[in-house]
Ligand binder design. Structure first.
Ligand code: SF4
Ligand code: SF4
Length: 424
């Protein structure tokens, strides 16, 4: 009979796998759902189908304030947990290691100390190498598609995938995609955790916020005798460190694999492992540990959370108050191509869907002006001009004119111009 204590304790491991997969799905869903992407034609950010300009101050500033303070809070509280739990580079590296072990044997690993890959004799077959190469290539081709979703709407990416001619695709897109595939293939096949260990600037940046209180692996040294003939936690660590000696500045990405390994080892004896996660100063007594944790979390949250909340509030306000269209009226001498009695009424649709507009003029009688159009229809984001031509035979004087543009979605804006007519 299997005792309750012998049940494997893989909750941490599967929680991490779930989050890693969730992050990749999110990276695809964010642009596909229109939550965020980049418009390469206008060189603008797109949030919830809205084109964001620098003039949309609350959205731009609120977003950066919330993200920057939220990340600082995360780094100083959770350290490099992003690397272990969310970073796609690590997810792909772990997956490639796993696949390689499956196809080429348990000891076929790209180790960070540069040892040669040890392929099991029984698995050293051309078919296994070919399968490995093909799976890596297909994976690279799939992941290289994700950045495209940040620059093109899903139907355009679909045109690209199905090799259909689409004028909306940049002419160089096939070259750019091919370069992406090559880089990703080399990364999955050869680089993997070498990037994390030796090249990742983002990890160094996160380290800058780590302190002794940041989330780390705690080792119960009072039970050190139980480690006499065991090295399991060290072999389960994919960044190649000893989890019993985690320091403030080491390569630990708090993935928890060592904790799971030790817990499973001790579960057979109905005991808990010697390793666990801890926030706050390292302390042996439980009451002090709890106090430390609460004090650490509160200390960090107290300063950053109000700033994050303020940023989120600004961002939400910016979206609520967002102007979906824009009106500007230029005098003829400003644009330099028309007579002084002419004006250019410029209407912009900032939304990525159709819009209808009505243009009206107040302050002049109908016979004193002519509009090139009273109605405008735009199928997508874009801008259009309506020309206002004022009759040249007006008596000298100042004519205050109101130009009003209203959209079918309820938006309306009025701009006042002063038309001056001088003698002669
Ligand atoms: S897995 Fe646990 S028992 Fe084994 S060496 Fe590591 S901490 Fe000690
Ligand atoms: S020491 Fe443990 S938690 Fe840290 S990276 Fe290694 S396995 Fe993950």
């Amino acid at each position: 009979m299997v005792s309750a204590g012998a049940r494997p304790r893989n909750g941490l491991h599967w929680a991490r796998r779930g989050l890693q997969i969730g992050v990749i799905l999110l990276a695809i869903l964010i642009p596909v759902s229109g939550v965020f992407r980049i418009d390469p034609v206008d060189g603008a950010f797109v949030v919830l189908d809205r084109q964001i300009w620098f003039a949309d101050f609350f959205i731009v500033f609120g977003f950066w304030l919330a993200v920057a303070s939220g990340l600082v809070l995360t780094y100083s509280w959770l350290g490099t947990a992003f690397c272990g739990w969310a970073c796609p580079q690590n997810t792909l590296s772990e997956w490639s290691n796993h696949l390689m072990r499956k196809l080429l044997g348990r000891r076929a690993e790209l180790t960070l100390d540069g040892e040669r890959v040890k392929v099991a004799a029984a698995k050293d077959k051309a078919l296994n190498w070919l399968a490995l190469g093909l799976i890596f290539l297909v994976t690279a081709m799939f992941f290289a598609l994700i950045p495209l979703f940040y620059f093109y709407a899903p139907d355009i990416v679909w045109s690209f995938i199905t090799l259909r001619d689409d004028a909306r695709l940049a002419p160089s897109i096939h070259y750019i995609y091919s370069i992406f595939v090559i880089i990703l293939f080399l990364n999955i096949a050869f680089i993997r955790h070498f990037f994390c260990r030796f090249m990742c600037v983002y990890k160094v940046w996160q380290h800058g916020f780590k302190t002794k209180q940041t989330l780390h692996v705690y080792y119960d040294a009072s039970r050190a005798a139980e480690c006499a003939k065991c090295n399991l936690c060290v072999t389960s660590c994919f960044v190649g460190i000893d989890p019993k000696k985690t320091e403030t500045f080491d390569a630990c990405v708090v993935c928890g694999e060592c904790i799971t390994a030790c817990n499973n080892l001790h579960a057979k004896k109905g005991k808990s492992g010697l390793l666990k996660f801890e926030v706050g100063e390292r302390a042996s007594d439980k009451a002090r540990q709890f106090k430390n944790n609460v004090a650490t979390i509160f200390g960090r949250v107290r300063w950053t959370l109000p700033i994050t909340a303020f940023g989120v509030a600004m961002f939400a306000w910016g979206l609520w108050d967002y102007a979906p269209h824009h009106l500007s009226v230029y005098r003829a001498q400003d644009v330099g191509v028309m007579q002084p009695q002419n004006y250019r009424i410029n209407v912009v649709n900032k939304m990525y869907h159709p819009a209808q507009f009505k243009v009206s003029i107040a302050g002049l009688t109908p016979r004193q002006y002519h509009l090139s159009a009273h109605d405008l229809a735009m199928q997508n984001i874009g801008r259009a001009d309506v020309l206002l031509n004022i009759t040249p035979d007006l008596a000298p004087g100042i004519y205050p004119i109101l130009v009003t543009v209203s959209a079918s979605d309820g938006w309306q804006e009025t701009q006042r111009i002063q038309h001056v007519v001088t003698k002669g």
